[in-house]
Design a protein around this ligand. Structure first.
Ligand SMILES: [Zn+2]
Length: 270
């Protein structure tokens, strides 16, 4: 269960030294109907300055005004299972400094004030919180479209947290708003591609036939993959909202044929 906090959704593990949030399309300054109001992706209908303003609004809403756009880390997303460890030195990368950001689909950190941010518009955003033996906090954020999902990016994030000293039982995850099995219609070749990566049984479990069509379930896929990585379902919170069903609240690539803005999902140690 996620809770609404202003224009954001936050998991129950928000607070206690770290902040986590999934944006909606509300609360930003984008004026174009395709991206209004809150678009966090450059290179769409908005001038860069508008996107930068939105990132600042999002960062301040997330952190209660503590940090702005200069603390955000973003990267070009490539539907991979690559999760990068980032530090203070990466603040502003992909945002105020857009030149050198290496492509990836997730971030992890143990440093304060580094706002790990992924962007989505139907793909599943997943945020993580974990702790070390000494109580030190670790956070992660990943972008999981179907390719990243079946490539195991959620498990890659859990493994990265473990490699940084996370106590396994402390790891918690939240899957934010994304396209649901109500709207994520796919073709046979999609099911075959999932089966190649994860096996036929996995594909059958998470791709259901309905009225002669196939529909995929990203929540189910990521929950199963996280369970295999020792993040059991009771430590996973899930949004029940579908981005394609709610154009009033979310950007949806599928619904708009790609003429859309993007939401953000972010995690930061305060
Ligand atoms: Zn839907």
């Amino acid at each position: 269960m996620l809770n609404r906090k202003g224009n954001l959704w936050v998991p129950s593990f928000d607070g206690n030294g770290a902040a986590f949030g999934f944006s909606t399309r509300l609360g930003g300054v984008s004026a174009d109907p395709a991206t209004a109001e809150m678009n966090l992706a450059f290179g769409r209908e908005d001038p860069d300055g508008v996107v930068l303003s939105n990132i600042g609004i999002f960062a301040r809403a997330l952190t209660g005004g503590l940090y702005g756009a200069e603390n955000v880390v973003c990267a070009p997303q490539i539907h991979s299972a690559t999760v990068r460890y980032v530090t203070e030195a990466d603040r502003g990368s992909g945002v105020t400094d857009r030149g050198g950001a290496a492509p990836c689909d997730g971030f992890v950190t143990d440093r304060r004030g580094v706002i790990l941010t992924v962007r989505v518009a139907d793909c599943a955003p997943i945020l993580f919180r974990a702790e070390r033996e000494d109580g030190g906090i670790l956070v992660a954020a990943v972008h999981a479209g179907w390719r990243g999902t079946v490539s195991g990016i959620a498990a890659a994030a859990a493994e990265k947290l473990a490699s940084l000293g996370a106590v396994k039982k402390s790891v918690r995850a939240a899957i934010g708003p994304h396209i649901g099995p109500c709207c994520f219609e796919v073709r046979e070749d999609f099911r075959d591609a999932v089966a190649v990566e994860r096996g036929r049984a996995f594909a059958e479990r998470h791709i259901a036939s309905r009225d002669g069509s196939l529909f995929a379930d990203l929540t189910g896929m990521n929950t199963e993959i996280l369970s295999e990585a020792d993040v059991s379902p009771e430590r996973i919170e899930v949004s029940t909202e579908c981005t394609a069903c709610r154009p009033d609240l979310y950007h949806s690539h599928r619904r708009t044929g790609g003429k859309r803005g993007a939401m953000g999902a972010a995690a930061v140690i305060l």
